[in-house]
Design a protein around this ligand. Structure first.
Ligand SMILES: Cc1cc2nc3c(=O)[nH]c(=O)nc-3n(C[C@H](O)[C@H](O)[C@H](O)COP(=O)(O)OP(=O)(O)OC[C@H]3O[C@@H](n4cnc5c(N)ncnc54)[C@H](O)[C@@H]3O)c2cc1C
Length: 464
């Protein structure tokens, strides 16, 4: 009998990791603290409880990155996807589930698996030394004792804080006939690039209207339990605007050291800057734009910025309590902690965002741990797949621009290597300009599914 893999946390990631490892023939002990100890958001003692919405978002694998992730996970025999599919609630093109039926189904399948033992206990510190393979999947509400132990082990300053999330925009949706690339004072960064930022200039009237819209826009309320202070260094943009109408012009929107090549004779009144967010250059984040504005209002207000009229958002801004590690620095490509490789991390705590993404990282981590236990090393899927792109994001694709620059992210096509938008369809017919973006997504999805099948084929061969 193989030595067990220990999995801490029976949420979306831990349940999927347990299933994948057990299906590979490895014994698993799953430690879930509920109902012995609760969290501020969970309400039941079921595994894979959905703490908020009941939606797994779009199920369109051809044109939506999370739909593609669903499809890849189904091909990998995901228990989370199987139980979601079996407990669907009507939601148009989205995959929504009956949350109780879904959680009960995951719990039943794991309880019935001969290679999975479920222990209801908190792991209140670093796992014991004789647990030689551990997956930590304790989520955004990791219990304080374990958070503290992880902090000490990794030497990081903080694990739990308000996620100050600024919006991220698909680069190709920025209108470069209005925006331009330049770093302040043309200063070259470590990469030697003196035109690292995308800049959007505002005149006085545009700035005034923008500030008013920030002040008037509807804001999301904090949950009472999210009682973690703001970091003064990353205040929400509307809080800065409340401190004075000029505050932003002296802060992230200051118009100095920049010349708009489209109107060189006119000095901008304020400048919004966007910084490259991923190594591929397909995503740019809005510098200093962490915000509590409601999502609909963000799209409306930020599209008033010259150059961003047609911006497509890969992620909208937000502020909520979260717990995640600085994965790009701390984890290797097998999602092992470099400082203590017997520990792997999975789920939201690695810096992915969302139910499906958390389960997806659980899926990979369970496979990695099982393959290692069985003496068959397993590489991550290629970055052209949604699964592989998530690993890229948390272990390397993100550009490290200083402490806490790494922020959680949903899956989106910007995390995958880009392809040319096709001009003609499979029958040789011309694709209208406005439909080429959709056609490109479909091509990227087809590439991803072919690559995930090849990866699964390679894994199967290694097992034979
Ligand atoms: C309030 C809130 C709302 C959210 N809403 C959404 C949403 O609507 N849609 C969406 O896609 N994502 C949402 N998320 C983000 C995220 O996708 C979910 O939190 C998701 O459940 C993360 O999966 P996970 O497996 O990483 O963590 P979880 O599903 O939270 O699982 C972690 C498990 O670990 C257990 N645990 C924690 N510490 C210990 C310990 N020391 N020992 C043993 N067990 C432990 C917990 O009890 C829990 O069961 C939300 C997050 C929060 C906090």
């Amino acid at each position: 009998m193989t030595k067990p893999i220990h999995i801490v946390g029976g949420g979306l990631a831990g349940s999927e990791a347990a299933w994948q490892a057990a299906q590979a023939g490895v014994r698993v002990i799953l430690h879930e603290m509920r109902p012995v100890r609760g969290t501020d958001a969970h309400k039941t003692d079921g595994l894979a409880e959905l703490v908020c919405s009941n939606s797994f978002r779009s199920d369109d694998w051809e044109h939506n990155a999370v739909g593609l992730l669903h499809a890849e996970m189904r091909r990998c025999g995901s228990v989370i996807m199987a139980c979601a599919d079996a407990n669907q609630a009507p939601a148009g093109g989205a995959l929504a589930v009956d949350r109780d039926g879904f959680s009960a189904a995951v719990t039943e399948r794991l309880e019935a698996h001969p290679d999975i033992e479920i222990v209801r206990e908190e792991v209140a510190g670093l796992p014991p030394a004789d647990w030689d393979s551990v997956i930590v999947a304790t989520g955004p509400l990791t219990s304080p004792a374990l958070s503290q132990a992880i902090l000490e082990l990794t030497g990081e300053e903080a694990l739990s804080f308000f996620d100050a999330i600024a919006p991220i925009i698909h680069t190709e949706s920025i209108d470069m006939s209005r925006a331009w690339k330049q770093s302040r004072y043309d200063k070259a960064g470590p990469s030697g690039d003196a035109a690292a930022y995308i800049n959007c200039a505002m005149d006085k009237a545009q700035y005034e209207a923008f500030i008013q819209a920030l002040l008037d826009g509807p804001k999301a309320e904090f949950k009472e339990w999210e009682n973690v202070p703001y970091f003064e260094g990353c205040l929400p943009i509307e809080v800065m605007a409340e401190r004075g109408r000029e505050t932003l012009r002296w802060g992230p929107l200051k118009p100095v050291g920049l010349t708009n090549p489209h109107e060189p004779e006119r000095r901008p009144y304020a400048v919004v800057q966007l910084r490259q967010d991923n190594a591929l250059g397909t995503l740019f984040n809005m510098v200093g734009f962490q915000t509590k504005l409601k999502h609909g209002a963000q799209v409306e207000v930020f599209r008033t910025i010259p150059g961003l009229e047609n911006a497509e958002f890969a992620r909208l801004g937000g502020l909520h309590r979260n717990t995640f590690i600085n994965s790009p620095r701390l984890l290797d490509r097998q999602l092992r902690l470099k400082a203590d490789p017997r520990l792997r991390f999975a789920g939201q705590v690695t810096g992915v965002e969302g139910y499906v993404e958390s389960a997806a990282v659980g899926l990979l981590t369970g496979r990695f741990a099982a393959a290692e236990r069985l003496g068959r090393p397993l590489q991550a899927p290629p970055g052209t797949t949604a699964l592989g792109a998530l690993v890229e994001h948390i272990t390397g694709g993100h550009l490290d621009t200083g402490s806490r620059s790494f922020q959680p992210m949903n899956i989106n096509y910007g995390l995958l290597p880009p392809m040319e938008a096709p001009k003609t369809d499979e029958a040789g017919g011309k694709i209208p300009l406005k439909e080429r973006g959709r056609a490109k997504k479909r091509l990227m999805s087809l590439r991803a599914l072919a690559d995930i099948d090849a990866w699964l084929g390679g894994e199967k061969l290694a097992a034979e």
